[in-house]
Write a protein of this length. Structure first.
Length: 379
């Protein structure tokens, strides 16, 4: 038994470290490689994604004076309006100076969308935990459908860019120098390859929205796990949650629902606290729990939709992208459950499980949910 308690002690230490990250003062930050991609569609449209380090690009374009920790602090202290103005200026600069040459015909993006201010400000406010300041700009443009070659020009100050043209073409491009030509056409990339690339990409986006980006969703799933002393009880809860979030994810994506993230995000935090608090006082699965999990699943689906809309949906592939993203989310949730089984499965039938493991972890999760709720409502 001492070995089991030692394992639990190690798990508790790891979890406590993760939960206390928001209270630390570390501001370590290393600039990351800029990633860019172009995906071509048969209807003469192309999608462009640019994943950049926000601190780095603000410094490159001299939008705010400062560098290093001083610049990070200034960015973290921006108001939502100031942050919005910075993002719009970045958006305008990037759209004007990133040039796509299809058969030597220069083309600019028709539209470029900046990251959402609310979620970005929320991330920046967690100044003790955040060391990754990457953000994604997403745009669309039109190209001559019979084009054979593509080259891309990025501003010199952007340095080296890891550029991907669909799959499997992947090269490093230097800013300030037009890239070599990429060979286009169906002989090079088939429609099946393009579609498969999109499906795999959206599955990947769904997974990373849970692990590692969705710490709140991870804690919600863990809270569901902690109540269950049988696999069937867990499956009932996960099934209710999955059906519910799939419904609202689809309704939001297809424009039937439109709930602002400023409303959704605080209630997601509250749902985490509620489920965890219920774990403390309720030790057996009841039918009311299934109904509550279903309702909270509807909320989480709206949160998933917000992330998917921010990432963007390719024209003509909305349904497959939606399904792929949802599959990725499910894979992420199953990975969380698998990890929980590996770490806690040995203790689920023990007499001390509820008192020594489930209740302390539920208290911790309830605290985090309450903390996030207050943060998302008042800050």
């Amino acid at each position: 038994m001492s070995v089991h308690f030692f394992k639990f002690f190690i798990l508790s230490a790891i979890l406590s470290s993760c939960l206390l990250l928001p209270c630390s003062n570390s501001e370590a930050h290393s600039f990351t490689t800029t990633n860019a991609s172009v995906e071509l569609f048969d209807d003469d449209q192309f999608k462009f994604s640019l994943n950049v380090d926000l601190i780095n690009i603000i410094e490159q374009q001299k939008l705010i004076k400062g560098s290093g920790d001083n610049l990070i602090e200034k960015v973290q202290n921006l108001t939502k309006m100031e942050l919005f103005q910075i993002l719009q200026q970045l958006n305008s600069n990037l759209r004007k100076h990133i040039i796509f040459n299809f058969d030597n015909k220069a083309i600019l993006l028709d539209k470029l969308t900046a990251p959402g201010v609310y979620k970005l400000k929320l991330r920046l406010s967690q100044n003790s935990t955040i060391t990754d300041y990457r953000v994604t700009f997403t745009g669309f443009g039109h190209y001559p459908i019979d084009s054979k070659h593509l080259s891309v020009f990025f501003p010199e100050e952007m340095g080296e860019i890891n550029f991907q043209l669909s799959t499997p073409i992947n090269r490093i491009i230097k800013g300030g120098i037009e890239s070599d030509n990429f060979i286009l056409g169906k002989n090079n990339i088939s429609r099946f390859t393009l579609h498969l690339s999109t499906v795999l990409n959206y599955i990947y986006q769904g997974i990373i929205h849970i692990i590692p980006q969705g710490f709140d969703h991870i804690l919600f799933v863990l809270a569901l796990f902690l109540l269950c002393n049988s696999l069937s009880a867990l499956l009932w809860q996960i099934s209710a949650f999955t059906i519910a979030h799939t419904v609202t994810l689809a309704l939001e994506i297809f424009g039937i629902l439109n709930v602002p993230s400023a409303i959704v995000e605080p209630f997601i935090a509250l749902s985490i606290a509620y489920i965890a608090i219920e774990n403390i006082f309720q030790h057996q699965l009841k039918s009311s729990r299934i109904a509550i999990v279903f309702v909270f699943g509807l909320l989480h689906g709206l949160g998933f939709a917000s992330a998917l809309l921010k990432f963007g949906l390719p024209p003509g592939q909305w349904l497959s992208s939606l399904i792929s993203f949802n599959v990725g989310v499910e894979i992420g949730q199953l990975l969380v459950i698998a990890c929980a089984f590996i770490l806690l499965g040995w203790a689920r039938k023990k007499t001390y499980y509820q008192k020594m493991i489930a209740t302390p972890l539920s208290v911790t999760i309830a605290f985090m949910g309450t903390y996030w709720f207050i943060q998302r409502v008042f800050f």
